[in-house]
Design a protein around this ligand. Structure first.
Ligand SMILES: [Zn+2]
Length: 112
């Protein structure tokens, strides 16, 4: 499903479904930023109050953990959202059925 770490492949290796017909947009990234940000801040505050560790420990702990959660979560969230769009037949404005490739004439709103 993915071509690179968080970018979709042009189409499915198994059935040839055109992934470019779907646009999951920035929704997954926005949700992840809020959710993961909240989790990390709560954990960091809790650790500081419970153990008062040196500042470098916060850096060593939270920076890699945040990076891991954001990128790992982004794959899951984007994949999940594409599946949700596929199941509901959701298309970009003016789109057609899931198997069809959108042509430029479908893009009446001028979006990407
Ligand atoms: Zn497939």
């Amino acid at each position: 499903m993915f071509d690179g770490f968080v970018r979709f492949a042009p189409r499915c290796d198994d059935c040839g479904l055109d992934y470019s017909a779907f646009n999951v947009g920035d929704g997954p990234a926005a949700f992840l930023t809020l959710i993961i940000g909240t989790i990390i801040v709560v954990l960091a505050v809790w650790l500081e109050l419970a153990a008062e560790p040196p500042f470098w420990l916060h850096i060593v702990l939270w920076v890699p953990l945040t990076t891991l959660l954001v990128f790992g979560g982004l794959r899951i969230a984007k994949g999940w959202l594409l599946i949700a769009e596929y199941k509901r037949g959701a298309r970009e404005h003016g789109g057609r059925d899931p198997g069809a490739r959108p042509s430029d004439s479908d893009r009446v709103d001028g979006s990407k």
